[in-house]
Design a protein around this ligand. Structure first.
Ligand SMILES: Nc1ncnc2c1ncn2[C@@H]1O[C@H](COP(=O)(O)OP(=O)(O)OP(=O)(O)O)[C@@H](O)[C@H]1O
Length: 258
């Protein structure tokens, strides 16, 4: 790639329980671009994203703009790298918090210990909640929201960090079509500002709108290339048992299952 790498994985392996689920992954993700990670269930996509975020013990090395992630102090890493995980309702201790306070959690890496939020923190939270159209619910507890509403609040929390790099695991889960389109516009705006976005996506058509795609199967990267490249489409066909076909419609690639 001609653009510099925001994130690099070198010889990365990872275990969950007794099983090794990532095997020798080498990857270089371009800065200022949106990369989608796709592959069948169990391929290791979420595990790889957690390793790239520094959230999971692993073999090998992950570098953020050339610096080993393991050498970055936690707060500095949390300011530079924002994480949106799979927010399953009822599993989080945040359910009793208001929407506003959940989004404010995204500002923790910017705040001094026990300090009250600054005007900049409050402005970032308001911007983030407004951009995901969650501002009107700011007084409601997270636990009382629908799945899609909750997802928009968790996205706002990730945006409120205002990090240079955003890692998102299935960000479109539970979102209705207009809010999926809004998410894509948000990502495009972030990339236009020079930020780097990496997202695990099951929705192939959304994933094909990215700048680049990482295809995974059985704990390995089988392909990394442009979303419009024939080689990328062949790699997707291979990992999905030749049950997807690609069509170029109205200026964009669509993948249809068959
Ligand atoms: N605690 C665990 N112990 C052992 N294996 C696990 C554990 N958790 C997950 N795995 C296995 O690790 C592999 C990778 O899981 P991962 O969640 O990274 O896959 P994924 O590509 O994100 O899948 P999906 O598309 O279904 O979300 C899977 O085969 C899964 O069964």
């Amino acid at each position: 790639m001609s653009t510099p790498a925001a994130l690099e994985a070198r010889g990365v392996s990872a275990r969950l329980g007794l099983a090794e689920v990532l095997h020798g992954i080498d990857l270089s993700l371009a800065s200022g671009r949106w990369t989608s990670i796709v592959g069948p269930n169990g391929a290791g996509k979420s595990t790889l994203l957690k390793v790239l975020a520094g959230l999971l013990a692993h073999g090998g090395e992950v570098r953020l703009h050339g610096q080993a992630l393991s050498t970055l102090p936690g707060r500095a890493r949390a300011r530079r790298l924002s994480w949106l995980g799979q927010g399953v309702a009822g599993e989080g201790s945040a359910d009793d918090l208001t929407v506003y306070d959940v989004a404010m959690l995204g500002r923790l890496p910017h705040q001094r210990w026990l300090a009250a939020p600054s005007a900049a923190d409050r402005a970032a939270v308001e911007r983030a909640l407004r951009s995901t159209q969650a501002w009107d619910w700011r007084e409601r507890p997270l636990g009382q929201l629908s799945g899609g509403e909750r997802q928009r609040v968790l996205l706002a929390r990730a945006l409120a960090v205002e990090a240079e790099l955003l890692l998102m695991d299935e960000p479109l889960a539970n979102l209705d079509p207009p809010h999926q389109a809004d998410w894509m516009r948000t990502v495009q705006a972030l990339v236009a500002e020079g930020k780097t976005v990496v997202s695990v996506l099951h929705e192939l058509n959304a994933a094909l709108a990215a700048d680049a795609m990482v295809v995974m199967a059985a704990g390995r990267v089988t392909h990394h290339g442009g979303c419009g490249d024939a080689a990328t489409h062949r790699a997707l066909e291979a990992v999905f048992d030749h049950r997807v076909a690609f069509h170029h419609v109205a200026g964009q690639w669509l993948a249809l299952p068959h």
